[in-house]
Design a binder for this molecule. Structure first.
Ligand code: KG4
Ligand code: ZN
Length: 339
């Protein structure tokens, strides 16, 4: 059994958690969304400063909530990549300092490995191999999870990530930031068949489409053109609910098709979904229905583990620690890094 104090500061959530293997002892997240909302997106410099201001209290709360002392902690982990470099540096530096001070091993964890491990927090019996659909503000990936540290990237986005598409479409509809939750809410009151939009497929040179890769920038442009043409036609008010519902339906259908195809091609019977867009009700409905039809199991972690949190980082770190892994204290941070 390994107990880890984990920190996550890769973007706009300042988070700390204490995790014992796959059990969450505490999970504290201080969201900066309200700070960044006024800028319409995450401002890196502002994020770093807020992490510096918040992290001390967040770590103290995580230790207190877990009711542990330093004697109970086997290691300290922090997200080291990918993400906003200045933001990552706050967590990594704090993590290393705490580890040094208390003579514990330090582990730098890849943010996407954390999102993969989020599934274990609610599904403790889950074991590889399985397919992970990771859909967040920065990624849209289909990952063949083979073992701890062994991941094969089977599908990715060629441009915008799924969450980024939600955020950009929300911005062009003047719905604020972040876009996913508000589009999800408005979509529930709209007609998903109102407008036909492109599903974000990648055309192959010889004809046909790439089975697993996505492209969402064309879809975002299609929504923009649609809005402009509705304006040109003098449509007022704008059918925002129908636009949201049609956009969400298109993203959900495209992702579902590619995910099911990928699982079948690789003979994987379990699909674990992670990242902020895993919260999307359209994706949940479509993927659950399609998986059930094909006899596949699909797992959606609870919302608190889908969006950025430190419990998922701690869970990954505990597994690495149990296998004798640890990071060098010279470990740096990287804005981009393959899994
Ligand atoms: O995983 P996450 O918290 O952070 C990243 O690592 O990016 O994901 C944030 C993204 C944002 O783009 C947000 O708009 C999207 O997840 N999101 C949603 C929903 N809730 C959050 N997208 C669609 N539907 C939702 N309900
Ligand atoms: Zn994330």
């Amino acid at each position: 059994m390994k107990t880890v104090l984990a920190l996550e500061t890769s973007c706009d959530e300042t988070a700390a958690a204490v995790v014992r293997d796959r059990t969450v002892l505490s999970n504290i997240v201080a969201s900066q969304i309200d700070i960044h909302r006024r800028y319409g997106g995450v401002v890196p410099e502002v994020a770093s400063r807020a992490h510096v201001e918040n992290l001390g209290a967040v770590v103290a709360a995580a230790l207190q909530d877990a009711d542990v002392t330093w004697a109970d902690i086997d290691g300290v982990a922090a997200t080291c990549a990918p993400g906003l470099v200045g933001a990552l540096m706050v967590g990594v530096t704090a993590g290393k300092t705490l580890a040094m001070l208390h003579s514990k091993p330090f582990l730098g964890i890849h943010h996407l490995e954390g999102h993969i491990y989020a599934s274990y927090l609610s599904q403790r019996a889950l074991q590889p191999p399985y397919l992970c659909l990771l859909v967040s503000g920065g990624h849209t990936s289909l990952i063949h999870v083979q073992d701890c540290g062994q991941y094969e990237l089977l599908g990715k986005t060629r441009d915008d990530a799924a969450g980024e598409a939600f955020d950009k479409v929300a911005r062009l509809l003047d719905l604020g930031y972040p876009g996913g939750p508000v589009i999800d809410k408005l979509a529930a009151q709209g007609d998903p068949t109102a407008f036909k939009l492109p599903e974000g497929n990648i055309s192959l040179p010889g004809g046909g489409v790439h089975p697993y890769d996505s492209s969402f920038s064309g879809l975002k442009t299609a929504v923009l053109r649609l809005v402009q043409s509705l304006q040109d036609d003098g449509i007022d008010p704008m059918p925002v609910n129908d636009l949201c519902a049609s956009f969400q339906e298109t993203v959900a259908k495209g992702l579902t098709k590619r995910t099911i195809r990928c699982a079948q091609d690789y003979g994987l019977t379990t699909i674990a979904v992670g990242g902020g867009v895993a919260a999307n009700s359209g994706l949940r409905q479509h993927l659950s229905a399609a998986a059930a039809e094909q006899g596949l199991q699909v797992l959606f972690p609870p919302l608190k583990y889908c969006t950025d949190n430190a419990a998922m980082i701690g869970c990954a770190a505990a597994d690495h620690l149990a296998r004798g892994h640890q990071s060098d204290f010279k470990l740096g941070t990287r804005s981009r890094m393959d899994l």
